[in-house]
Design a protein around this ligand. Structure first.
Ligand SMILES: [Zn+2]
Ligand SMILES: [Zn+2]
Length: 271
């Protein structure tokens, strides 16, 4: 009883501990059976881990506005969901909103790639020369802001409730961490799972250093949008090389200050 009450009261804390446990256990697994030396692993973790401290204040500050918009749309029965037949049925409501929000994340990701001013910030995530769980954290603070603003837009347009947002948060975080793990799933299992979901195998293709692969598999949790809009792609592990072709210099993409300044330097990529 006490345990349940504690979880209810400290839901945020429970979530943070939950993700931290998953991150740490995957990190340890990668450390012991992954391809990197302990030194490489540590320096990558220390570098990408610093992005927690730039993302957290922005994320926390903007979440207040997300919650305000959620409350407003629910109070005024605003958003696309209100036009969906039987939307008062909890299952229909949650499933439709989950799909719409996932489509929103797909469109956000495509936008980050296709508009040069936004790509400058998103390329920070792509500039990692290796992909492991620490890559999950590698996001320019400006992108953290843009991502949360897009979230506000989707909540406003679709009329998402707080419960759906929390369910999505769990799925999104899990899929994001797993998509960046160094390990690939066995091919046959990955193919079946990839009919509907984004697997590490599919997200690794997105981190391949060259076009057109960088512009494939934009999906967040579901791969159905990539299949629907023709951006689905598979690539063999042996042919996958991580990074981004315009930023392969480890002196630039391996130093925290240089990474933060990366969006403000000349861009040599055509879209
Ligand atoms: Zn991307
Ligand atoms: Zn990624």
């Amino acid at each position: 009883m006490f345990f349940r009450a504690f979880i209810m009261q400290h839901e945020d804390l429970v979530q943070v501990v939950f993700y931290a446990l998953i991150l740490v256990s995957l990190w340890l697994t990668e450390k012991f059976i992954g391809v990197l030396t302990p030194g490489q692993k540590l320096s990558r973790t220390l570098l990408n881990g610093r992005f927690i401290f730039t993302a957290l204040p922005i994320q926390l500050a903007l979440t207040i506005f997300v919650i305000m918009i959620v409350k407003w749309v629910n109070l005024h029965h605003w958003g696309l969901i209100n036009f969906v037949p039987f939307h008062r049925n909890l299952w229909i409501n949650y499933i439709v909103l989950f799909l719409l929000m996932d489509l929103g994340e797909y469109l956000y990701h495509v936008t980050m790639h296709k508009l040069d001013p936004l790509w400058r910030f998103h390329l920070v995530h792509h500039s990692d020369l290796h992909v492991d769980v620490s890559t999950t954290l590698r996001e320019h603070p400006v992108e953290t802001g843009i991502r949360t603003c897009f979230l506000m837009l989707w909540v406003f347009l679709f009329g998402a409730g707080i419960a759906v947002l929390m369910i999505r948060q769990v799925f999104q975080s899990l899929f994001n961490i797993l998509a960046h793990t160094e390990f690939r799933l066995p091919e046959r299992f990955a193919t079946v799972l990839g009919w509907v979901f984004i697997t590490p195998n599919l997200h690794h293709v997105h981190h391949h250093h060259e076009l057109p692969y960088t512009d494939r598999n934009y999906g967040d949790v579901l791969s159905i949008w990539d299949r629907l809009f023709g951006t689905y792609q598979e690539l063999d592990e042996s042919q996958t090389k991580f990074g981004i072709d315009t930023h392969l210099d480890p002196n630039i993409n391996g130093r925290f200050t240089n990474i933060l300044l990366m969006p403000f330097r000349p861009l040599n990529r055509k879209h």
